[in-house]
Ligand binder design. Structure first.
Ligand SMILES: C[S@@+](CC[C@H](N)C(=O)[O-])C[C@H]1O[C@@H](n2cnc3c(N)ncnc32)[C@H](O)[C@@H]1O
Length: 241
C-alpha cells in the first residue's frame, strides 16, 4: 500500500481527467464503460428507500449521484474521500444536479472515519480498497454499519493463476520494471497496490475474519484476457450480535 501522500498526489494529478481515464481503463481491462460499471455495482447494493448510505473512496461522487434517486426523499448518501481535488469535482457534480441536500461529501481517511458507530444501512466502495490498508478499512466499515447492515464493494480481483509461483514472480518483475520506468505518483500508487489485490477466496476469508456473514463474492466483471485483473463484487452483512 502506498502512503497517503502518494495516493493523494496521484489522485490530485488525475482528478481533472479522472472520468475519462477510468472509463478508458475499464474498457481496456473489462470491456465496459465507467457509468455501466457503477450502475451494475449499485444493482448489487440493492438499497431500500430511506437508507442512509456511506460511499467510501467516493472520488468525483458518481456512485452517490447514481444511488441517491433510489433512496427516496428520506434517503441520504455520504461520500468520503481522502483527496480534496477529487472531492472538489465531486462537489461540482453534486451541485450541478441539485442533490446537495441529500449527498454530503467528507474529506477524511477511510482508515479513521469521522462517524459514530452504527449509523449506516449500507457501506459501499467502488475500486478504492486496493489503495488502502484493507484490515483497517474493514474494521472502520464494520464499525460504521448498523447491525444487519450491508457492505457492498467492487474490488480489483486477482485471477487465481496469479497465485502460481511463476505468475507471482512475473507480476513482481513487471511491477518493479513499471515502477522504475514510470515516475508518476499514479504509477507508484498502482505498484504499491499490487499486494492488496485479492482473489475471490482471499476476500471471503478476510470478510469472515472481520465478522461479516452472508458473504457473496461474484466475478461480475471478468477481465478481457485471463491474466488481466478483473473486478469482483462483494456483498456481506454485519451480523446481529
Ligand atoms: C479509483 S478511485 C475510485 C473513486 C470512485 N469510488 C469511483 O468509483 O470512481 C480511488 C479513490 O480512493 C481514494 N482513496 C485512496 N485512499 C483513501 C483513503 N485512505 N481514504 C479515503 N479515500 C481514499 C482516492 O482519493 C480516490 O478518489
Amino acid at each position: 500500500m502506498a502512503g497517503n501522500d502518494v495516493v493523494i498526489e496521484a489522485f490530485t494529478e488525475m482528478a481533472p481527467r479522472y472520468v475519462e481515464t477510468v472509463d478508458r481503463e475499464l474498457r481496456q481491462f473489462l470491456g465496459l464503460g465507467y457509468e455501466e460499471f457503477v450502475e451494475r455495482l449499485i444493482e448489487v447494493a440493492s438499497v431500500n428507500e430511506g437508507d442512509v448510505v456511506l460511499d467510501v473512496a467516493t472520488g468525483t461522487a458518481l456512485i452517490p449521484l447514481k444511488l441517491v434517486d433510489k433512496l427516496g426523499a428520506r434517503g441520504r448518501v455520504v461520500g468520503l474521500d481522502i483527496t480534496p481535488a477529487m472531492l472538489k469535482h465531486g462537489r461540482k457534480n453534486v451541485e450541478a444536479t441539485g442533490s446537495s441536500s441529500r449527498i454530503s461529501l467528507v474529506c477524511a481517511s477511510a482508515m479513521a472515519m469521522p462517524f459514530i458507530e452504527g449509523v449506516f444501512d449500507v457501506v459501499i466502495c467502488g475500486l478504492g480498497m486496493h489503495h488502502m490498508d484493507v484490515p483497517k478499512v474493514l474494521a472502520e466499515m464494520r464499525r460504521a454499519l448498523k447491525e444487519g447492515g450491508h457492505l457492498v464493494m467492487a474490488c480489483v480481483g486477482a485471477p487465481s493463476i496469479w497465485r502460481s509461483f511463476l505468475a507471482s514472480a512475473l507480476i513482481w518483475m513487471a511491477a518493479i520494471l513499471y515502477k522504475l520506468t514510470h515516475r508518476s505518483a499514479r504509477a507508484q500508487a498502482e505498484v504499491a497496490a499490487v499486494p492488496n489485490i485479492r482473489t475471490a477466496g482471499e476476500w471471503r476469508t478476510i470478510l469472515s475474519d472481520f465478522g461479516f456473514t452472508e458473504i457473496e463474492v461474484a466475478a461480475k466483471f471478468p477481465p478481457r484476457c485471463f491474466w488481466y485483473p478483473g473486478a469482483l463484487t462483494l456483498r456481506a452483512t454485519k451480523s446481529v450480535s
